[in-house]
Design a protein around this ligand. Structure first.
Ligand SMILES: [Zn+2]
Length: 288
């Protein structure tokens, strides 16, 4: 499943190609993905101009003229590819942690821009979806209304996280995966951030909230590492030019059960445990 850094990379790639462009043609090749497309989806989009390309959690929010926004979710296997005018193809914008075949029979939507660039949505498993909703209604839409703060935005800070952690008798891993607290933060990056911060995923979340200097320091380090891990993932992905592999090698704990901990001076071994039905990878020696 595409994680937040991948979706952010797709957003930046789309911005480069779509911003300010008129959508001249939309070819919709099937009635549904995970959900049916909105009625008259193609006709409604044609003729509109792209005003902004945003992201909320793992949703792309493409604002178009007329006050609406095209919401795109990549599901498990959705990818967007760009074919520039003149036939030069940029690398696939979505191929990242998980590789899937790009057979053209899974090309479900093809958008032509005024520049004659083509944007193709390919999704073999069809867990992705597209919606067209009023720009003003986004914050109240059921998909978005309960989402917490963006991990890469200014609202995730020490005071916020400490406030949300107060009284929370759940493990830190589950707390950080709760989309109502931080939106779009996934399993891989929670494992990576906790390792980098030296915090155990089994620690109680409320230990971020106490009044001690240690609790404040803990939370300060955690916020900084969440942001650093995500930023690094976005920049690593860009360096790989869309080919996957480079980034996975950079995981410090994720998928490394049984291997030696990579932290300098640590003699621990990475363990895999299950928390909230998800795999957690961590080092019990240096994550306390
Ligand atoms: Zn360790």
């Amino acid at each position: 499943m595409p994680e937040l850094p991948e979706v952010e990379t797709v957003r930046r790639g789309l911005e480069h190609v779509m911003l300010g462009q008129r959508i001249t043609r939309v070819e919709q090749r099937r009635p549904d993905l995970r959900f049916p497309f909105p009625p008259d989806f193609a006709a409604q989009l044609e003729g509109r101009t792209v005003l902004a390309i945003g992201r909320r959690a793992k949703y792309l929010v493409i604002e178009v003229s007329g006050g609406d926004a095209l919401i795109v979710h990549l599901g498990m296997s959705g990818r967007l590819t760009v074919e520039r005018q003149g036939g030069t193809s940029t690398p696939c914008l979505g191929d990242y942690v998980h590789k899937t075949g790009a057979a053209t029979k899974h090309d479900h939507v093809v958008v032509t821009l005024g520049s004659n660039d083509l944007i193709t949505y390919n999704d073999p498993r069809r867990f992705g979806f597209m919606l067209l909703i009023a720009r003003d209604a986004i914050d109240h839409h059921p998909l978005f209304a309960k989402l917490g703060v963006e991990p890469l935005g200014p609202d995730l800070d020490v005071a916020y996280l400490r406030r949300r952690a107060k009284g929370k008798r759940v493990d830190l891993k589950s707390f950080l995966l709760d989309q109502r607290i931080i939106a779009g933060l996934g399993n891989i990056y929670v494992c990576e951030a906790l390792h980098r911060a030296g915090l155990s995923p089994r620690r109680q979340a409320h230990t971020l909230a106490g009044g001690t200097a240690k609790a404040i320091e803990r939370t300060t380090v955690l916020v900084a590492t969440i942001q650093a891990v995500l930023e690094q993932a976005v920049s690593d992905y860009r360096q790989t030019d869309g080919t996957s592999g480079g980034f996975q090698a950079a995981f410090m704990v994720y998928g490394r059960a049984g291997q030696a901990c990579v932290r300098a001076g640590c003699t621990g071994t990475i363990s895999r445990i299950i928390q909230s039905q998800r795999s957690t990878f961590y080092c019990s020696k240096c994550q306390v």
